[in-house]
Design a protein around this ligand. Structure first.
Ligand SMILES: *Cc1c(COP(=O)(O)O)cnc(C)c1O
Length: 358
């Protein structure tokens, strides 16, 4: 069997959720399980966070139905509601809470005429200009919904456009809501994502929605920003050395002379490539962890292999275990070197990498 695996640290996961709970004591928690639990596998994550979550937020009907069939009886929120009115049958069947962000969704609900009451999250566009209704139209829309659809509860939701410690936009977006929706706090409100819940207490309200810090990476893309919160990485991507080469001055490594060695050195070939989800466009200061030492990746990442420097690691041999990211090499750091964020790397780990629970 190819030695690459994702190890899922379920204790870290449970611990991260406890930390989140302590920070947001007065709010309920939507644990976000979209994109197959940020690449970890919804089936590997859900059982360990069920107790301390108040509900689960997902993107697709498949994810929601999976949770219901596993016996989940907590609220399940579809973060973008439905994409076609054909989905309404299953939404009612499985008692899902839906986000409504566009007029066509309201019309579809009216046309569907269900006798069952439904929970609705109204998405407010408070400044991100991605999804949602204009703040000035919200009260009208709520009245229209109340008069035309059998609703059990209407909640307000918005999403922040900035995931930083000193965000100017978060305050600005909340102020916009406060100004245009006078009685906004008579509704249940869900505004905060991971960044907002960590650094902007005034944004917590009734329900927070947490994704990235549950999985142990930073919403800002910088590990140092969450270091003091005791959040731990849940995902470790590891593999093994499958070959060792000795190279001499003037030798190159990998495709297109990606690395040129000016001295004699030992290099290790790891079973991990971009087809596993490891980013190909990393810079030349990207590290892996082997035998307690951080060492550099040499040359270009191939589809199925990566070369690493073993110059100062004589103990490394074929079969030695290598961490690509995890506790020692933070996913945020690999992401930074590839010009992206931990979110993208987690979601990109491909299907061919088995996920193993620890
Ligand atoms: C993905 C998502 C979240 C979670 O964001 P994190 O930064 O991972 O905490 C929250 N709300 C909405 C609407 C989302 O789509």
């Amino acid at each position: 069997m190819r030695p690459i695996t994702v190890i899922i640290n379920t204790n870290a996961l449970k611990n991260n959720l406890k930390i989140i709970k302590n920070i947001t004591l007065n709010s309920k928690i939507w644990s976000v399980l979209k994109s197959d639990a940020y690449g970890h596998g919804i089936k590997n994550i859900y059982p360990f966070i069920n107790d301390n979550s108040d509900g689960f937020a997902v993107l697709t009907l498949d994810e929601a139905i999976y949770l219901r069939t596993k016996g989940c009886n907590k609220p399940i929120l579809l973060l973008e509601g439905f994409f076609s009115e054909k989905e309404l049958f299953l939404i009612y069947k499985y008692y899902l809470t839906i986000t409504i962000h566009s007029k066509w969704q309201i019309n579809a609900l009216i046309k569907y005429r269900s006798y069952c009451p439904i929970n609705i999250y109204i998405k407010i566009n408070s400044g991100m200009n991605r999804l949602g209704f204009d703040t000035k139209k919200i009260l009208k829309i709520i009245n229209f919904i109340k008069n035309n659809i059998n609703v059990s509860k209407i909640s307000l939701m918005t999403h922040f456009s900035e995931a930083t410690i000193n965000s100017y936009m978060i305050k600005k977006q909340i102020t916009k809501i406060k100004k245009s929706i006078k009685n906004y706090n008579t509704f249940s409100c869900s505004f905060a994502n991971s960044a907002a819940l960590l650094w902007h207490k005034y944004s917590h309200y009734n329900w927070i929605r947490t994704g990235i810090i549950l999985y142990g990476a930073s919403p800002t893309g910088k590990w140092k920003d969450i270091k003091d919160k005791k959040i731990q990485p849940v995902m470790t991507l590891k593999s093994k050395i499958i070959s060792i080469q000795k190279i001499y001055p003037g030798d190159i490594v990998g495709y297109n002379c990606g690395y040129y060695s000016n001295q004699k050195r030992r290099i290790g070939i790891i079973a991990c490539g971009y087809a596993d989800g490891y980013p190909r466009n990393i810079n030349d200061k990207t590290f892996v962890f082997i035998k307690g030492i951080k060492t550099k990746i040499l040359g270009t990442v191939s589809m199925d292999m990566i070369a690493i420097d073993l110059l100062n690691i004589p103990k490394a041999k074929i079969g030695s275990s290598v961490e690509l990211w995890g506790n020692n090499i933070k996913i945020d750091d690999v992401a930074k070197s590839a010009n992206t964020i931990g979110y993208e790397l987690m979601c990109s780990v491909s299907k061919r990498v088995p996920r193993i629970l620890k």
